[in-house]
Design a protein around this ligand. Structure first.
Ligand SMILES: [Zn+2]
Length: 146
């Protein structure tokens, strides 16, 4: 597996480890504004989706869909945001973010301009806790053998 020293996603998990698979992993990003924020990270250091073969690509995008499915089912967000940028860390990863019409930036992207202050805190507004969400995400990925 290709590893690049100095790359944040090669040097460490990149967040709270939720699931570690052979080819990919899922982490949760600790972000007070966007608590239900997961990343699906390809374990090998490749920059672009088309660096993967067709089967690997399907596996990665299926894992993204599995995470999205759990967020939708358990949190009923206003919208799911999927993003793959990699400008800062050119190591293939997908952001999977539950967005709510009350969140700090909605309808802007999370990297956009803040729209409002949110009280009580975003995590406290979710119908279930983040450790519980992590467990549900992990189980869904394991059930699909990802
Ligand atoms: Zn890397």
């Amino acid at each position: 597996m290709s590893i690049r020293s100095g790359c944040a996603l090669c040097d460490g998990d990149g967040g709270i480890a939720v699931h570690r698979g052979e080819l990919l992993r899922v982490i949760r990003v600790e972000d007070a504004d966007f608590p239900a924020f997961y990343r699906v990270v390809w374990n090998a250091h490749v920059p672009e989706l088309t660096d993967l073969g067709r089967d690997e690509r399907a596996l990665l995008l299926d894992a993204v869909a599995i995470v999205e499915g759990v967020l939708r089912e358990r949190l009923a967000p206003t919208k799911i945001n999927l993003a793959s940028l990699g400008n800062m860390v050119p190591h293939l990863h997908w952001h999977v973010i539950a967005r709510f019409d009350w969140d700090s930036h909605f309808p802007e992207p999370i990297w956009g301009r803040r729209q409002r202050e949110v009280l009580p805190a975003a995590a406290d507004r979710l119908p279930l806790g983040l450790p519980q969400m992590d467990t549900l995400v992990r189980r869904a990925l394991e059930a699909a053998d990802r």
